[in-house]
Write a protein that binds this ligand. Sequence first.
Ligand code: ZN
Length: 440
Amino acid sequence: MQCWDNKNECMDRAEIEQLQLERLQATLNRVYKNVSHYRHLFRQIDFLPEDLNSLDKLSELPLTTRQDLMDNYPYGMFAVPLREVVRILAPALTLDKPMVTGFTTNDLDRWAELMARNLTAVGVGKDDVVQISLNFGMVTGPFGVQLGAERIGASVIPVSGGNPFHQLKIMRDFRTTTLVSIPTFAMQLARTMESAGIDSKMLSLKYGVFGSEPWPEDMRKRLEESLHITATDGYGLTEVFGPGVAWECPEKNGLHIPEDHFIPEIIDPVSLKPQPSGMEGELVITTLTKEAFPLIRFRTGDITKIDNSACACGRTHSRIDRIFKRSDDIIAMRGTSIIPGQIGLVLERINQVVPHYQLVVERKDHQDQLLVMVEISDRFFFDEMKKQRRFVERLHRELSEFLGWEVSVKLVEPGTFEHSLIVVDKRQFYFHSRDLDITA
Ligand code: ZN
């Protein structure tokens, strides 16, 4: 077994818990002192950081939601003065206020360490050539991968996304061994190779490091066969670190979560109560080492369960199941997250009234497509064709500009959606059935 950081990745349970308790106490002190949001919440429940003398008490503290982060836009959740922040990223999660997260020098150093662990677990080493085919910009993903790959001494090509032919030329000429991308993009590359008559055995590819959108096991199999790689899943959150929050080892039986940096919990997304060990529910994460942007009991919205059993790879940190479902309506697609309510705001801005609408996500030709269906009503230009056309054009333009890719817009008959879901994710059909259906 190959570990980047044997000492920390393989410590025994008692050591992990002792370290977690010390780091949790330090984190609580930090946020109590520096983040008014947390100070206010802790005072409401009469809690002082020194009161926490065991890890069990963490579940008595309030949860942090994405709404809390938005309410404290832009710097309200920062726990250090801005002069100590060396990088600011603002993933375009919403249309009016992006989510702003910051990193100190130490934060970036830890992120590099975590990504180095992740890439080493996958098999990547200093002789590898890592092609990062993720869009650099304000999203966090590619930066973290680059930090980690450089930390282990691999050669990094930050090529960004797009243009499969260009990507394949680089891949062939530069002898890329490791592809980092979203899985649907890897599928596009595989198809481009097929149509261009390129045999993947002629390439030097060995590893595919994928994540940030759901991809089922049969897709993994297809990718591994067509690209001649071993493909692994990674998990991240822009609010925490982007990638580097959990990753698969060669056993591919869950994603190890580095428990010396995070405390994972599972809650029932409705009652918000902690779930018994091993049960499925919403993942909640507390950061233990982040300086600029620490989070206490952050609700990820992702549905999974925690497995504490020993892993054959020898790493002792718990694993979470691969993630295919959410407890809310946030849509993960094309490397970004979309909050449906924000599309409602655009509709309101264009037409003053929020009509009934539905967002349909489908996977077509190995690419995820978003269709926005808007219901016509008497309050919403019932019979003015010209106005309808203008509206469709404007909505299409605004949403496509914001997301950076084409969105389809369609008007539908009155009464179509009155009692149905805002989000219909048809990609769900690809996924293995799960015993808990929280979205129902
Ligand atoms: Zn393992």
